[in-house]
Structure formats: structure tokens, C-alpha cells
Design a protein around this ligand. Structure first.
Ligand code: PLP
Length: 401
């Protein structure tokens, strides 16, 4: 076989998918596994969303459509963002794509060039570093540290800006930490972006899933709309992972560039899926509020259960549906601990380093999926804690002295 293109060697996979593959292999051997590795909601979209897509399909809405998305969905997204997120945009600012990841990659293609530097949160969504490397640029981490409540530190970001810096990637609420960036951090980062003439790519896929307060987007701050590309989608807020529907909110010039990329790749997102998206935004069944009420319940009970396990420490997330657990007290590495949890307890979690070097002492659980099994997962983990309990007890008594 001839050689594959070398830029492929710069892309990396996702830790969640690797853990999932091992968990499935164990299941094929007859083992019972509780899947807490994937950020996949167990909910499905409300019946009227499914009906809207079904009707569109039977009405023959299965043709090529506009590459930037159908006008009624672009208008509905603009109206939704004004209603839910206080963002004032027109339909001409909205670009529809098949999936949030797709549109994130396309936005990165629009603003990242070989040789430039891209600031990104560590720990963070693995695609940020993978795609940056893939585009021949240099990812530069800013850390989200536990002692700083996992908030970004604008001083660290300022110190890492160089003449080659082009882009700051943000993700609030963040995967994996669940941090909702506070107003002070957002204002300071916006100030840096304006002063150094940087693009901001703001991944807001979890913006609907917050546990208190109102969501604030950096795009709403003065002077930021012209330099911010917001990316979002339907997977998490509307439990539509497999529908592959996402969007970007950007200046019209960027929407034109994204449209050109679409013309040169997939042509258009399927219209019948977009029609389902319009119904999801309407949310006449109040499905989003019900889903968030359920996540709120799980967040409280699962994080308390995790904090009862010796050597585990977990702040309840401010948003998204992940528990980000400091496991340094177990004395085991995150890799070894995840191996014990999967192979011996049948609980699948992801070692924190899959999200960056700052995740070394952490593991991530998703509570989006297996609601009925979260208590059972905690019991199973407690039952194997004898493997590290002596270390954890010694560490606790050292802390108390
Ligand atoms: N951004 C973040 C932070 C995510 O966690 C995910 C999915 O897990 C995505 C983007 C991609 O979303 P989608 O499944 O809609 O492509």
C-alpha cells in the first residue's frame, strides 16, 4: 500500500473511545460493565422532534440544500440564542453543520495556520490538541487547577501569549472539569483577546446544562462578537448525539468561509435532520428542563457517593455531566486505578491524562448515561477499595495532623 499522508500521524484518538472498546471486549466475555466513560445522554429527543424529522422525510425533504443550513433553522437558532443566552445575532451569523465536532474542526480550519500557537484548556476536550497538531500549529496549554476551582487563570494565559498566538480555545461549561468560567475570567480573557487581536473559539456545547445561575458567553462581551466563533450543537442539550447536528455563530465573513469548506466537503447537513432541530429548539414538551432536573439529582447523589470512597475527592461540577475526581489519595496512578475499576469492579471510567497533562491525578466519570446504575457503580467501586484503602487512610491521617 502507498504511504498515507503524514498529517494523519499528528492526529490522536479519544481516551473515551479506547476505554469503551476494552469495556465492550469484556462484555463479549460475559462480564457486566457499567459504562461511565462516554458523554452520551441516555435520553432521546421528545416525540415531536422525531415526528418533525419523520414528516420532513415523508414530505420529500431529502434533497441537497443550502450549504450554510436551511433559512428557518438559521433563524430559529438566532432567536433561540437571544431567548436563552442573551446573544443578539441575525440568521446571517448562523452556520449549520452535521455535528458540533464537524463545525469545531471547520472553525479551527478557518483561524489556525501552520506555525501559529493556540491556547487551550488543560485538562480539555482531546480534539483541541489533536486538531491543532493536525493543522501544523502548536497547542499551548493553560491549566485548570483544583486549587483555583478549575477556573482559567488569565495571568497564566497572558504570560503564554507570544507574537505567534492566534487563537484562544475556551470550553465553558468544560469537559472534563464541569467548570463554568466566571465573569472575572471571561472579562480578563476578552481583554487579552482584544489587546492581542486574537480569535476566540468558544465551545459552548454544554451551555444549557448548568446547575444554577445564568450562562454567560464571552461573545456577549464588548468587542467580542467580531472575534468570537461560538460552536454548539444538539447532541448534549437535546440528547440528539446520533443526529449529527451542530452550528457556529460567527461574523458573516466567517460564515462565508465555513460555507466554502462545506461546499468542498459534505455539501450540506440533511434537511430532515435540520427540521427536527427546529422542533428541538422550540422544546414545546419542556424536555430540556426535565433532563436538567434529572442531571441535578444525579450530580448531587453521585458526587456524594464518590466522596465517600476512600482516596476520592470530587467537587460537584458547575455544569455538564461529568464527575472529575482527584484520586491522588489512593496512591495508585489514574491508569492503574481505571484498570482496577474496569477489570475488577466492572466500572468504566477514563484516566485524566486522556484530557491533558494537568489531568494526571484525576479520573472522569460521566453521569449522563447509566442513571439506574450509578448507585451500583459506587457500591462496586467501594468493594474494590481494599486495594488502596491503607494508602488512603494513611494520607487522610497525615492531612489531619
Ligand atoms: N465539544 C466538547 C467539549 C464535547 O465534549 C463534545 C462531545 O463530547 C463535542 C464538542 C462534540 O459534540 P458532537 O457530538 O455534537 O459532535
Amino acid at each position: 500500500m502507498p504511504r498515507l499522508a503524514s498529517h494523519l500521524g499528528r492526529l490522536t484518538s479519544e481516551g473515551a473511545l479506547e476505554v469503551f472498546a476494552r469495556a465492550r471486549a469484556l462484555e463479549r466475555q460475559g462480564r457486566s460493565i457499567i459504562h461511565l466513560e462516554l458523554g452520551e445522554p441516555e435520553f432521546h429527543p421528545a416525540p415531536d422532534v422525531v415526528e418533525a424529522a419523520r414528516k420532513a422525510l415523508s414530505d420529500g425533504r431529502d434533497r441537497y440544500g443550502p450549504s450554510e443550513g436551511i433559512p428557518p433553522l438559521r433563524e430559529a437558532v438566532a432567536e433561540y440564542l437571544a431567548r436563552i443566552r442573551h446573544l443578539q445575532y441575525d440568521a446571517k451569523n448562523i452556520f449549520i453543520a452535521p455535528g458540533c465536532k464537524t463545525v469545531l474542526m471547520m472553525c479551527m480550519l478557518c483561524v489556525i495556520e501552520p506555525g501559529c500557537e493556540v491556547l487551550y484548556p488543560d485538562p480539555g476536550f482531546p480534539m483541541y490538541t489533536s486538531a491543532t497538531h493536525g493543522l501544523g500549529a502548536q497547542p499551548v496549554p493553560f491549566r485548570l487547577l483544583e486549587e483555583n476551582k478549575f477556573q482559567p487563570d488569565p495571568n497564566e494565559i497572558a504570560a503564554k501569549i507570544t507574537p505567534r498566538t492566534r487563537v484562544i480555545l475556551l470550553n465553558s461549561p468544560g469537559n472534563p472539569t464541569g467548570t463554568v468560567y466566571d465573569r472575572r475570567a471571561l472579562a480578563a480573557i476578552a481583554d487579552l483577546a482584544r489587546r492581542h487581536d486574537l480569535w476566540v473559539v468558544s465551545d459552548e456545547i454544554y451551555a444549557r446544562i448548568i446547575y444554577g445561575g445564568e450562562y454567560e458567553s464571552i461573545a456577549a462581551l464588548p468587542g467580542m462578537a467580531e472575534r468570537t466563533l461560538v460552536v454548539d450543537g444538539f447532541s448534549k442539550s437535546f440528547a440528539m448525539t446520533g443526529w449529527r447536528l451542530g452550528y457556529a455563530v460567527a461574523p458573516p465573513e466567517v460564515v462565508s468561509a465555513l460555507t466554502l469548506l462545506a461546499i468542498n466537503s459534505y455539501s450540506c447537513a440533511p434537511e430532515f435532520i435540520q427540521r427536527g432541530g427546529i422542533e428541538a429548539l422550540r422544546d414545546s414538551a419542556g424536555a430540556v428542563a426535565k433532563m436538567i432536573a434529572e442531571y441535578t439529582r444525579r450530580r448531587a447523589s453521585f458526587t456524594s457517593a464518590l466522596n465517600r470512597i476512600p482516596g476520592f475527592r470530587c467537587r460537584p461540577p458547575e455544569g455538564a455531566f461529568y464527575a472529575w475526581v482527584n484520586i491522588a489519595g489512593t496512591g495508585l496512578s489514574a491508569d492503574e486505578l481505571c484498570r482496577v475499576l474496569l477489570e475488577e469492579a466492572g466500572v468504566a471510567a477514563i484516566p485524566g491524562e486522556a484530557f491533558g497533562a494537568a489531568g494526571k491525578d484525576f479520573i472522569r466519570f460521566s453521569f449522563a448515561g447509566a442513571a439506574a446504575l450509578l448507585d451500583e457503580a459506587a457500591c462496586r467501586m467501594e468493594s474494590v477499595a481494599s486495594r488502596w484503602i491503607a494508602t488512603a487512610t494513611a494520607a487522610t491521617s497525615r492531612e489531619k495532623q
